[in-house]
Structures are given as structure tokens and as C-alpha cells.
Ligand binder design. Structure first.
Ligand code: NAP
Length: 461
């Protein structure tokens, strides 16, 4: 409750205090949009421009002056100009001494220049206090008010007071400032808007690779094999049967891959006897995209649920059931209820439903709006304990579904086992390693290592 009320306080502009004048250099797209927003929030705005002629696009309550005149009117100057034109600031260095210069610029390419634009600005005007901010907000979003994707404003700078002044403005505009530290963070902040889902690349490429592999695997086993040996055309399996085989397989493998790096990290820490050495790069990167892997897995699990629900209305399924019924009627023989099969079928469905329920719960708790409201221990409990329980239930769901076929020679076509058998390899490996790691002889040293103990202190750096 406290948290929420402080958020509301932070977002509500304090209209009772008189706002300090803000100067904006540049009357371009972003300068104008920010000017409008600042005036709406009660800030007097003065523009510094190469041309002092005002236009209908410039907010009518704002003054337009030369750069030198405008700079003298405010303690904060927002530079809404591309980096390549920053040279014009050098002659103004004396006027800008002691002022807060806000660099909002973006580049066209990641790491386009050796130093960040904000550091470059600080070199050009050494007497000014440079703060990086606003580059993750677009002019259009500022003007139209649709700030859903860009409410967060990353702020960094070497002068605490200057940074605080900029963060106050950010809050007054109804945005959320996120302090990223010193100006050294500017390069990363400038690269941020140029990235396209960096954490999703690995999960999506991996999923595409697995889809392609399992599609051709199932095509060979379920369509080409019956065509060659029985002259039956099951090509329509591609639409639902094969898809509904691939979705649960991917959901299970990707879920297992969320937990595999954790057990690998535990083995590495046990082997090294310390937590103070960096993991290999590939493991670090893998750990960082676990949330995305889990969400892609959840998407495949949801598709599996939908495909399974439409099964009863499929023409092929209805034909198979009716032909079995007709064949029993023609033979005047009803098959007795097989309670073992009924148990297996019900258990398989129950495990699937419970597994999917926990899967959804995991997905929901990984959303920032939810995870921000639970403490670290609660988050770990859900993501680790409930996560492993989900993996156990989903693996058991798959085992109960087809465990009986493991030793049946008819399951192997051209020596290829059923696809779901392959999907069990990684989850079972993860669960077995996790089970072994729970043994006190391994769990105790691992817990101590994670609390900072070192087997051989020479490893500490
Ligand atoms: P813009 O529409 O092209 O405006 C740039 C302004 O810079 C011009 O209107 C001009 O203002 C000034 N300028 C141009 N050449 C100059 C020169 N040689 N010397 C001095 N001033 C010069 O660009 P913008 O979209 O507003 O972007 C401005 C900055 O904001 C860029 O660094 C951009 O990366 C950043 N940004 C933009 C957005 C966005 O959505 N547009 C979002 C985040 C960050 P005067 O004619 O008044 O002098």
C-alpha cells in the first residue's frame, strides 16, 4: 500500500510550487513535443534556436531566442539536436558553465561512436553538468500521450544534484525516472532504443530450429512411413496431429532448458568450490534469457491445450470412433472397460491440467507488474520450487501418456522412436541432476559456497 501511494505521489506534478524555467535547444520534432509537455506541466519554456522566428508548430506560450540568450534564462538546458551538430556549443562554453545540459540524443547504429553522445557533450562543454535522459521516449509518444511502452526514462550523470533536478522534471511529466548511475552508463542507455528484443533472439531461434527438426522427424515417421509401407495418405496430419505433437514437445524441452543452466551453474560452483568466478559467457547469456525461454514454452503449452480441445470435432477422430463402434456392432462384441487404461488416461489428463495451471502461474509471476509486488524470497519460491514442480508434472504427463510404448518394437519406425520419447531426454536429465544435487553431501557445500564460503581462497579475485 505504501509503495502504491508513493508511486502516485511521484507521478503527480506538484503544481503548488513555481516551476523553474527550462531551456530547450532546437525547435525540431522532439524539442517541440517536449516543450508542449513541459508547458502542460507548468514549466516556463524558452527555446534556443538558429532562427528566432516563431512558427505555429512551436508552443505559443514559449519564447524563441538565440542560443546564447535562451541559455541565460534557465539553469537546465535540454539539447534537442543531433550529435553531429554539437560543435555550435563550443563558442557558448562560457555561458553554459555550471548549467545542467540534458543530452537526449540517439544514434543510428549501436556503438556508432567510440564514446557516448553524452560523454562527447561533456568533453565539448567541460564546465557544464551533463545528464543523459529522455532518449528512450519518442516525440510522438510525448505529444499523443500514448506512453505505454516508454514511461520509463533512464537517467545517468556524474553530478547528483543535476541528476536529481532532471529526475524531478521527468516525474513532473508523469514519467518514471530510473537512475542508471554515472555518465559511464550513457553508452548503454543510447544503445537501448536500437535493440530489437535482444533477450528473445536465442529462445526464438532455438524454437525455430526445434520446430524444423521435429516437423521433419514427425513427417518421416507419421506421414512418409505409412505411405511407403501401407500406401496410406496421412498428409492431413500436418495440420493438427503433427502440430499438436510439436507444441507439447517444445513446451517441455524449453521448460527444461529454463532449469538446465541452474543445475549446470551448481555443478560448476561445486567443482570450482567458489561463487566468485565468472561463469562462461554462454552460460551467463543463457541464464539471462530464462524468462523469455519460459514464456515461449508457455506459448507452446497454451497452443497444445487449444489443439487438444478441438480433437473431438476432427473428422478423422470422429471417423475412427464411429468405425470402432460399427466394427464392434458387426462383430457383436463389446470391449470391456479396461480400468488400467482408464486410470492411465485420467492420470495423464490430470497431470497435464495441473502442469498447465502451474505453467500459467509461473508465466504470470514473471510479469514485471506482478514480480515487482512480491519479495525476493516469494519470487524465488515461485520460480524455483513451483517451476521444478511444473517440470515434474509435465514430464510425468508425457511419461504416463506413452510410457507403455517405450519397449514396444512397433513404436520404432525406421529405427526412429516416437518424437515425444526424444522430448523426455533433457527434462529427465535436468530432474535427475537436480535430484542428485538435493543430497546433503552436495547440497550442504553448495549452500555454503553460495553464502560466500570458498574451498580454496586463491580463487577469490
Ligand atoms: P529534428 O526534428 O531534425 O530537429 C533537430 C533540430 O536541431 C532542428 O530543428 C534545429 O533546430 C536543430 N539543428 C539542426 N541543425 C543544426 C545545426 N547545424 N546547429 C544547431 N542546431 C541545429 O530532430 P528531432 O527528431 O527533434 O531529434 C532531436 C534529438 O532528439 C536527436 O538527437 C534525436 O536523437 C533525439 N531524440 C528524438 C526522438 C524523436 O522521437 N524524434 C526521440 C528521442 C530522442 P533549430 O532550427 O531550432 O535551430
Amino acid at each position: 500500500m505504501n509503495k502504491n501511494s508513493s508511486n502516485i505521489m511521484a507521478l503527480a506534478p506538484n503544481t503548488s510550487n513555481k516551476r523553474e524555467t527550462v531551456c530547450i535547444f532546437g525547435t525540431g520534432d522532439f524539442g517541440r513535443a517536449l516543450g508542449h509537455k513541459l508547458i502542460q506541466s507548468g514549466y516556463p519554456v524558452v527555446f534556443g534556436s538558429r532562427s528566432t522566428q516563431t512558427s505555429s508548430l512551436i508552443p505559443k506560450d514559449a519564447e524563441v531566442l538565440s542560443h546564447a540568450e535562451a541559455a541565460q534564462k534557465a539553469a537546465i538546458i535540454i539539447i534537442a539536436i543531433q550529435r553531429q551538430h554539437y560543435n555550435f556549443l563550443t563558442p557558448l562554453a562560457e555561458i553554459l558553465r555550471g548549467k545542467v545540459l540534458v543530452d537526449i540524443s540517439n544514434n543510428l547504429k549501436i556503438n556508432q561512436y567510440p564514446e557516448s553522445n553524452a560523454e562527447y557533450l561533456a568533453q565539448l562543454v567541460p564546465g557544464a553538468k551533463v545528464v543523459k535522459a529522455f532518449n528512450t521516449v519518442s516525440a510522438w509518444a510525448l505529444q499523443s500521450g500514448t506512453l505505454d511502452a516508454s514511461r520509463q526514462v533512464f537517467v545517468c550523470g556524474d553530478d547528483m544534484e543535476a541528476k536529481q533536478m532532471v529526475m524531478d522534471i521527468v516525474r513532473a511529466l508523469g514519467l518514471t525516472p530510473l537512475d542508471q548511475g554515472s555518465l559511464l552508463a550513457a553508452q548503454e542507455i543510447e544503445n537501448y532504443p536500437l535493440q530489437l528484443f535482444p533477450m528473445w533472439k536465442f529462445p526464438i531461434l532455438l524454437s525455430l530450429g526445434l520446430i524444423a527438426f521435429f516437423f521433419f522427424y514427425c513427417l518421416i515417421r507419421d506421414v512418409i512411413y505409412p505411405y511407403v509401407y501401407e500406401n496410406k495418405d496421412y498428409s492431413f496430419f500436418i495440420a493438427i496431429s503433427i502440430t499438436n505433437r510439436i507444441c507439447p514437445i517444445l513446451a517441455l524441452i524449453l521448460l527444461a532448458l529454463v532449469y538446465l543452466p541452474g543445475v549446470l551453474a551448481a555443478i560448476i560452483q561445486l567443482y570450482r568450490g567458489t561463487k566468485y568466478r565468472r561463469f562462461p559467457d554462454w552460460l551467463d547469456k543463457w541464464m539471462l534469457c530464462r524468462k523469455q525461454l519460459g514464456l515461449v514454452a508457455l506459448a507452446f503449452a497454451s497452443l497444445h491445450v487449444l489443439y487438444t480441445l478441438v480433437n473431438p470435432i476432427r473428422s478423422f477422430v470422429r471417423w475412427r470412433i464411429s468405425s470402432q463402434t460399427v466394427s464392434q456392432a458387426l462383430n457383436n462384441k463389446t470391449e470391456p472397460l479396461n480400468t488400467t487404461n482408464a486410470w492411465l488416461s485420467d492420470s495423464y489428463l490430470a497431470l497435464g491440467i495441473l502442469g498447465f495451471f502451474l505453467f500459467v502461474l509461473l508465466g504470470i509471476t514473471s510479469l514485471p507488474s506482478v514480480s515487482n509486488n512480491v519479495n525476493w524470497r516469494e519470487f524465488r519460491f515461485v520460480q524455483s520450487k513451483l517451476g521444478y514442480l511444473t517440470l515434474v508434472l509435465c514430464t510425468a504427463h508425457t511419461l504416463v501418456y506413452g510410457g507403455k510404448w517405450f519397449l514396444s518394437p512397433s513404436s520404432y519406425r525406421w529405427y526412429l522412436p516416437r518424437a515425444y520419447m526424444l522430448s523426455l531426454i533433457i527434462p529427465c536429465t535436468v530432474l535427475v541432476i537436480k535430484f542428485v544435487l538435493i543430497f546433503p553431501c552436495l547440497d550442504r557445500p553448495l549452500t555454503r559456497i553460495r553464502q560466500g564460503w570458498e574451498r580454496n581462497p586463491q580463487y577469490s579475485e
